[in-house]
Write a protein that binds this ligand. Sequence first.
Ligand code: AVJ
Ligand code: FE
Length: 440
Amino acid sequence: MTLDCEPFRERAAAALLAARDRTRTLTGCVEDPDLIAQHSPLMSPLVWDLAHIGNQEEQWLLRTVGGLDALRPDIDSVYDAFEHPRAERPALPLLAPAEARGYVAEVRGRVLDVLERAELHGAPLLSAGFAFGMIAQHEQQHDETMLITHQLRAGPPVLGAPDPPAAPAGPLPSEVLVPGGPFLMGTSTEPWALDNERPAHRRSVPPFFLDATPVSNGAYQRFIDDGGYDEARWWDPQGWAQVRAHRLRAPLFWRREGRQWLRRRFGVTEPVPPDEPVLHVSWYEADAYARWAGRRLPTEAEWEKAARHDPATGRDRRYPWGDADPTPERANLGQRHLRPAPVGAYPEGASPLGVHQLIGDVWEWTASDFLPYPGFAAFPYREYSEVFFGSAHKVLRGGSFGVDPVACRGTFRNWDLPVRRQIFAGFRTARDAGPARDGA
Ligand code: AVJ
Ligand code: FE
């Protein structure tokens, strides 16, 4: 069978271009000193991310796929994320901003030549343009990382975006019953799915209730007002230790002024909007809130079943709304807005059962550790997923306003340490639907 490469070639070129436009926005909106500076020990200097994007692209698309000689083998080690933790990166001999820009542009020019003549079938690395899709996703992931750096950066705002849509009038049910039984988790067919999303496999979950929307700031504030941060009983012991060590009282970037909570968002301070999904909470804060509410975090399998399974047809789809790609009407993705939308603002993105905003707005912490699926095979490199498997990292699902659609789908798995608060993470809660709790 001859596969038609052309649609994939076009899709790959468009995805690489979109990523680069965004990288240019994120690195072009500040002066050079702000690119070199480290705005938080948690993050790299922006200019490290920039050249790292180019270096990964060079290694995979020019050397491995294109079979070309290395352009800058001398900088591989500087931009190897495993050799140098983020806190140490400012001290490395980094390319200066102008050099870094020249480097990524030169790599990209050659990559487009490689893409022009590549056969996008056969070898798994090239099949459906996978390697190009992987590199576009990698750049977009670093774009989200750079957006986090911007959020941590002090000073006046440099990024702008229109407000997201408002929520339509009328309340939503607070929770939705997801019937128990099997579904297909993960994928073996999504062309650009990364190794940890594979392979598709049957899973069964007991019936459960899931929040119809992410937990809002208003709801989270009730936990704060009820003394949530003062009572050990709501907290995982490690989370309680973090609360005590850092005297946590509220999500990151929140500040109390008199009776009001304010928060800083990309250089602007504003009252905390009660109807927006809560953002910048750790897994421990999400877990504590859920326990306080008499609930729990959903498992990763529960989240994916709610996001992909259509009980009416028994099919498992790519997104809550079906198989079609995300649009601005369905989900808040891609830094189109610089904040999550109010809960309920994306009725067109809801699942058949009426679960809203599973995709976009905020990454959602799940109860689950980041583990391989049965039949997992590292591809194309162990350092993307495999070295992170284990109990240290918790899985996040669904994607934030800061992730591009190319790196977000019903099967996509993100992960981070449970103490992390600077990422664009919120959560929703669940409860068992066993007969004992029915109607409780
Ligand atoms: C999947 C988002 C956790 O940013 O550390 C970027 C993605 N991997 N470069 C990260 C990634 C290599 C990764 N996350
Ligand atoms: Fe990377």
